[in-house]
Design a protein around this ligand. Sequence first.
Ligand code: SF4
Ligand code: SF4
Length: 100
Amino acid sequence: MMTCVITETCIGVKGEACMEVCPEFAIFSEPEDLMSFIDPARCTDCGACMEACVVGAIYPQTDLPRASVEFEQINEQWFRRRAGVRERVREIATSLGVLI
Ligand code: SF4
Ligand code: SF4
């Protein structure tokens, strides 16, 4: 099944707008995370979160910008091994200048 994916645009902007509209409760984040993540096992690709995100951080999996393709794995992996994903997101945040 196709799902939606949260990309690097969410880093540092993280809120709850997408979570509030998700009918499947598929979007998660913990205080130590710099962004939110969509569980591909729950997402039904309804698109509600894409409309709710004011910074345009969410894309359909099949329409990810080339620079953001890694985020398909990042979203999925957060539900398996959070520590590694947090480390990678921090690296990306630093490279984007979001974290100094
Ligand atoms: S596409 Fe729909 S089901 Fe999937 S995360 Fe977004 S709001 Fe939830
Ligand atoms: S609404 Fe957008 S910026 Fe806010 S947490 Fe969701 S994906 Fe991130």
